[in-house]
Design a protein around this ligand. Structure first.
Ligand code: PGA
Length: 250
């Protein structure tokens, strides 16, 4: 039985004070048997968040990481720095990074490797654009995003990671994949990994992301290969996020 995870990706939202209020409200609303919860605030609020989380059950994550270890890379943040401020998780290959900042699958794989090398758990985001789905290329696109990582890091590396399937057409659009569409792709991802290592494929957590809300979380999380969610907009409202966490908690 894979334990579910719910990760909140705040993107570039909120003030320092709002982020603190949100964290306090989430901590206060969690039950003792809640699913694993990961919060990913903007870089500049990570240290504050770490202090507020007080080493409790909620884990801290970052939204991105540099593929390089250190040096003259103005504006970048290394995996070691993220570890240093208390992060346990980091998103890599979010579709906004891929689409808006030109991150290709090789760079994403290098970021994945950088995260692992510092003991961070990468949450590898994969997913197709609407035109790719309409052209019948969904599986091919997702397979190539996965293969870039396994090609550089090997399949065992995925055993210590989390995967997030996020169809790009569902992110921030209010248009969620149906539970059937999500299950179909999660099963495809797991089967593709099983071809190389059955144990790792059976154990890896595959989160669904894309307009998850309190109202649709339970039916998505009920799918056999959906192991929780990566939540954008709905993670900015404590009550909504807590309802999603409750849906993952059974
Ligand atoms: P959304 O974002 O929940 O607002 O669709 C998900 C994500 O970008 O991870």
């Amino acid at each position: 039985m894979r334990a579910k995870i719910v990760a909140g990706n705040w993107k570039m939202h909120g003030t320092r004070a709002e982020s603190a209020t949100l964290i306090d409200a989430i901590i206060a609303g969690l039950r003792a048997d809640s699913a694993q919860c990961v919060l990913c605030p903007p870089f500049v609020y990570l240290s504050d968040a770490w202090r507020l989380l007080r080493g409790g059950s909620v884990a801290l994550g970052a939204q991105d990481v540099c593929a390089e270890t250190h040096g003259a890379f103005t504006g970048e943040v290394s995996a070691a720095m993220l570890k240093d401020v208390g992060c346990q998780y980091v998103l890599v290959g979010h579709s906004e990074r891929r689409a808006l900042y030109g991150e290709d699958s090789l760079l994403v794989a290098r970021k994945f490797a950088a995260a692992l090398s510092r003991g961070l758990t990468p949450i590898l985001c994969v997913g197709e654009q609407l035109a790719e789905r309409e052209a019948g290329r969904t599986r091919e696109v997702v397979a190539s995003q996965l293969d870039a990582v396994t090609g550089l890091c090997g399949v065992p590396a995925l055993g210590t990671a989390v995967i997030a399937y996020e169809p790009v057409w569902a992110i921030g659009t209010g248009r969620t994949a149906t539970p059937g569409q999500a299950q179909d792709m999660h099963e495809f991802i797991r089967q593709r990994m099983a071809g190389q290592d059955a144990k790792i494929a059976a154990d890896v957590r595959i989160l669904y992301g894309g307009s998850v809300k309190a109202g649709n979380a339970r039916e998505l999380f009920a799918m056999p290969d959906v192991d929780g969610g990566l939540i954008g907009g709905a993670s900015l409202k404590a009550d909504e996020f807590l309802s999603i966490v409750a849906a993952a908690s059974g």
